[in-house]
Design a protein around this ligand. Structure first.
Ligand code: SAH
Length: 407
């Protein structure tokens, strides 16, 4: 396509043009020499050099450190066909999810940069979609995107927005929550995950309501209880949220499951989720508290467990926080190693993208040595295929986990 004369353009500094060979979707202000035209925030701009060489096209935001989010490297218009095409491709990539057999299904439909759509997250919970618009460019087009999604997936009844993530502030956006298209979702949506049922609060729950990125790891935990002969054993699910790892442990044959979270509301839902699946609910098994303290108390009491899950929230959101995060990870892993019976398992995770897999393994190793235990890694875990990582966007890799057997 010949770009229209009126289309604004970001003119790339000659010494930065080589960056585009890597096709990273973020263009920082330092790479831009000047603008042709005066783009407004959210508007589509072409990326060119002063000689007119075309590099790509994306949406602009002067208020963000990422001045342009690239949508395409081809000289094509960003019109309804473009959005429909990318949404269709993301849906097609998830055919396996649509056919997995869980009913109602729950999975991530659009994973932002890694599905070629920077700033857009869409999760499916049965007949509803929950959308997060993390940038101005997506925020301005969310109604159009929601309408396209409803047309593409026939059994969807509504699209609900949960744009209340902290990153919105970096784009100069206030949070925005509510219905975008179709019907209001019920207060709680029941979903199925490998035969287990969970109630999801899409209006007020964390993220879009549920930690869909841990689905395969919960299945692996369930199988591990059997595989490592821990049936009848005691499980401690730390940072339990609404109890999903705990339900997986019960389903695998655990004899008791304790769930710890700082959020009382999350634990109310965790109790309901255990009942929903026919698992035992005893008040003393749901502990509202700080995991760091609860683990110390267990150590003082000499309590032991056959399997412990550590799935903490993101400890590091910036490079400056990595050291403190590392201390936090080390502390909880050090405590957990001391509480595990010989032959028992530790499922330990980090969802801080800034703590890479190598560093995380070193931290867990440090914790082990200080705990004077022995352990080996049985499995390395990450997010499932509905949370892909584009090779051009390594920042998309954030979730890593280790399954360790402890002696
Ligand atoms: N494992 C969960 C997801 C965990 S998300 C699942 O599979 O669904 C992290 C959880 O940790 C959140 O529910 C949050 O409320 C809780 N949390 C954060 N800091 C905590 C702390 N210091 N002690 C206990 N829980 C904490």
């Amino acid at each position: 396509m010949t770009p229209s004369r009126s289309e604004p353009a970001a003119i790339i500094r000659p010494d930065r043009a080589n960056l585009f060979q890597k096709r990273h979707p973020w263009v920082f202000s330092g790479a831009i020499q000047y603008f042709e035209g005066s783009p407004t925030d959210g508007q589509i701009v072409a990326l060119r050099d002063a000689a007119g060489q075309f590099y790509g096209r994306g949406y602009y935001n002067q208020r963000s450190q990422i001045t342009v989010h690239v949508l395409t490297w081809e000289d094509q218009p960003i019109d309804q066909d473009f959005w429909r095409g990318y949404l269709q491709r993301a849906i097609q990539a998830r055919r396996g999810e649509f056919e997995r057999g869980d009913s109602p299904p729950a999975f991530r439909l659009i994973n932002a940069e890694s599905n070629g759509l920077p700033g857009l997250i869409v999760d499916r919970y049965g007949e509803w979609l929950v959308l997060q618009a993390l940038t101005v460019g997506i925020d301005q087009r969310k109604a159009e995107i929601a309408a396209l999604l409803m047309a593409l997936i026939p059994d969807v009844r509504g699209v609900y927005e949960r744009s209340d993530a902290d990153v919105r502030a970096k784009e100069g956006l206030p949070s925005s929550v509510g219905l975008i298209q179709g019907e209001e979702p019920p207060t709680l949506i029941t979903i199925e995950e490998y035969g287990l049922r969970f109630q999801v609060d899409v209006r007020a729950g964390h993220k879009t309501g549920f930690y869909l990125d841990q689905r395969e790891n919960r299945r692996i935990l369930r199988e591990s209880v059997r595989e490592f002969r821990l049936e009848g054993g005691s499980v401690l699910n730390c940072f339990s949220y609404t109890g999903a790892f705990g339900a997986a442990a019960w389903a695998g044959g655990a004899g008791s499951v304790m769930q710890v979270d700082s959020s009382a509301e999350a634990l109310v839902l965790a109790q309901q989720n255990m009942s929903l699946n026919g698992f035992a609910v005893r008040d003393q098994d749901f502990i509202t508290g700080d995991v760091f303290r609860v683990l110390r108390n267990f150590r003082e009491q000499g309590q032991q467990f056959d399997l412990i899950v550590l799935d903490p929230p993101k400890f590091a959101s910036s490079k400056g926080q990595v050291e403190r995060a590392a201390r936090g990870y080390k502390d909880i892993n050090w405590l957990a190693f001391q509480l595990i019976r010989p032959g028992g398992l530790l499922f330990t995770f980090s969802c801080s993208g800034l703590v890479d897999a190598d560093l995380f393994q070193k931290i867990v190793f440090g914790a082990l040595v200080d705990a004077h235990r022995e352990a080996s890694i049985l499995r390395r875990l990450t997010a499932p295929p509905d949370h892909p990582v584009a090779l051009t966007f390594p920042e998309g890799f954030y979730l890593k986990g280790l399954v360790c057997q402890v002696w």
